[in-house]
Design a protein around this ligand. Structure first.
Ligand code: 2P0
Length: 357
């Protein structure tokens, strides 16, 4: 049957992002609405990113997805929410040459195939849902000719994974928590684009490639339920910090940026420790993390002004942000001194933002 014989394909690429003011805790688990605003920096797309190809064809019998070449289930609520939200906003798609015409109301009758690849080793413990879900939503939106702007798409990506909403923009991005119960105002906004502060060099030190023991979703649920510090943080601390961070980014004020980034990472881990039972994201390799934190704290004090910021997510890997290329070179030298290359060592460095270092 000739009318079955076409396929429409879209490919998109999305980098991951690193929070400098952390998201930790939801007020609505289904819609993924956070208890506080967060701010992140989106990495250079040449480094840690996801590439996703989505296709539609009348010959596809069901929705299917492959991750790094292996088929995975699409039955989860979060995937289904994203697919449903995108489908409901689809527009007409016509391609006269190929004889393709899909009417807006007919998108429900078509199935999609999705193939997603991460360009970084999944085993390195850096696999992040952020890039993946953002890329999926963006590629599907293009395929189905969704007219919504990036902010509205970010509200859909958010329902796939909270931090994913921030990966739709480059540069510095704020995820506004919003007030509305529907989540329509819980969206990402770009604070500054990728050229605004391009002196910064981000180095990710892979301290351990082990999978984390507590998933972020479970961890933050337990923190919301049991940590008094989380509620104090969300209400009293983060709102002020968000304003200060926005100002630091606007003014490219590295000392303030570094102080806020390090303090917020430490408070996020303090919330984890304040959770019952406590969550130790820095536990299994804590001596290395303490070494890295001490090394940077000492260095920053000895220079009289911060040179490097550190931040740790829900895993042991260190994300280090150097104020410029020269500092990044010195930082790599110091990292290599403390963690000399050895077949047994797990420390590798990914240099983001400047391939030549
Ligand atoms: C962040 N993290 O702001 C924080 C800092 C980890 C520590 O966002 O349940 O994978 O899918 O919304 O987005 C990790 O949480 O959790 C995260 P869900 P997500 O980057």
């Amino acid at each position: 049957d000739k009318s079955q014989n076409w396929i429409l394909i879209v490919t998109a690429q999305t980098p991951t992002n690193i929070a400098v003011i952390k998201y930790w805790g939801k007020r609505d688990e289904t819609l993924i609405l956070p208890v506080n605003d967060s701010i992140s920096v989106t990495l250079d797309p040449n480094h840690l990113c996801t590439t996703t190809t989505v296709a539609v064809s009348p010959s596809f019998e069901k929705d299917r997805m492959w991750l790094n070449g292996k088929e995975i289930s699409l039955s989860g609520d979060r995937f289904q929410s994203c697919l449903r939200e995108i489908r409901s906003r689809a527009s007409d798609v016509e391609d006269e040459e190929k004889g393709i015409c899909i009417r807006k109301q007919d998108w429900d009758k078509f199935h999609v195939h999705i193939a997603s690849y991460n360009n970084f080793p999944t085993a390195a413990g850096l696999a992040s849902s952020a890039a993946g879900l953002a890329c999926l939503v963006f590629a599907l939106a293009k395929l189905m000719n969704v007219k919504e702007d990036l902010g509205q798409l970010s509200a859909i990506a958010r329902q796939g994974s909270g931090s994913a909403c921030r990966s739709l923009y480059g540069g510095f991005v704020k995820w506004v928590m919003g007030n509305d119960a529907s989540g329509s105002d819980s969206i990402a906004v770009q604070l500054a684009n990728e050229t605004h502060w391009d002196d910064l060099v981000i180095i990710i030190a892979v301290v351990s490639s082990r999978q984390k023991e507590t998933s972020s979703t479970t961890g933050m649920r337990e923190s919301v339920e049991t940590s008094p510090l989380l509620h104090h943080r969300a209400k009293e601390v983060v709102p002020k910090r968000i304003l200060q961070m926005q100002e630091a980014i606007q003014n490219r004020d590295f000392p303030s940026f570094a102080r806020l980034t390090c303090t917020d990472s430490n408070q996020f881990h303090a919330v984890c420790l304040d959770t019952r039972p406590p969550i130790f994201y820095m536990n299994d390799t804590s001596h290395r993390q303490v070494l890295i934190i001490n090394c940077i704290e000492k260095w920053n004090r000895s220079e009289g002004t911060p040179q490097v910021a550190y931040t740790f997510d829900a895993g042991p890997n260190a994300v280090l942000i150097a104020r410029n290329r020269n500092v990044a070179t010195l930082l790599l030298q110091r990292l290599l001194f403390y963690f000399p290359p050895h077949p047994d060592t797990e420390l590798n460095s990914y240099v983001i933002g400047d391939k030549s270092i």
